[in-house]
Design a protein around this ligand. Structure first.
Ligand code: 5GP
Ligand code: ZN
Length: 118
């Protein structure tokens, strides 16, 4: 799908909205969340626009792997792999998705609360 002009994260990819980018590859970028929920809070997004995990097509499965590998590489680079981290994808309304461009949250840098909130 062509990147829609009204997508916030597509604008960050295009450089039209500033963000602190911490990771870039051919298919994925990572940037600091504007409202961090942990000392490390990075969003990894595919350069290709996908609305949500609920709309990831079979032929886009590689994007899911690339997001996780990007987060893994960055966590190793900043030295939080051994302590641990959390990866989260919020999906559609009940999942708490607020920006409709697929993104993987990397949270870490401290002991995170156990369990899942409702
Ligand atoms: P969601 O709730 O959709 O899973 O996560 C969206 C995330 O995007 C939130 O954690 C929010 O803080 C972050 N966010 C929203 N607008 C911006 C922005 O303009 N820049 C950055 N860097 N993060 C944003
Ligand atoms: Zn987008």
């Amino acid at each position: 799908m062509k990147n829609p002009a009204d997508c916030l994260f597509c604008k960050i990819i295009a450089g039209d909205i500033p963000a602190t980018k911490v990771f870039e590859s051919d298919s994925v970028i990572g940037f600091n969340d504007i409202n961090p929920q942990a000392p490390v809070h990075v969003l990894f997004i595919p350069r290709e626009h996908v609305r949500s995990a609920a709309e990831l097509h079979d032929d886009q499965a590689h994007l899911a792997g690339e997001l996780i590998l990007a987060a893994r590489a960055y966590a190793a680079q900043i030295g939080i792999s051994d302590e641990g981290f959390r990866l989260v994808i919020n999906c559609n309304g009940h999942g708490g998705q607020t920006v409709y461009h697929l993104h993987l949250h990397l949270l870490g840098g401290e002991q995170l609360a156990l369990g899942f909130g409702s």
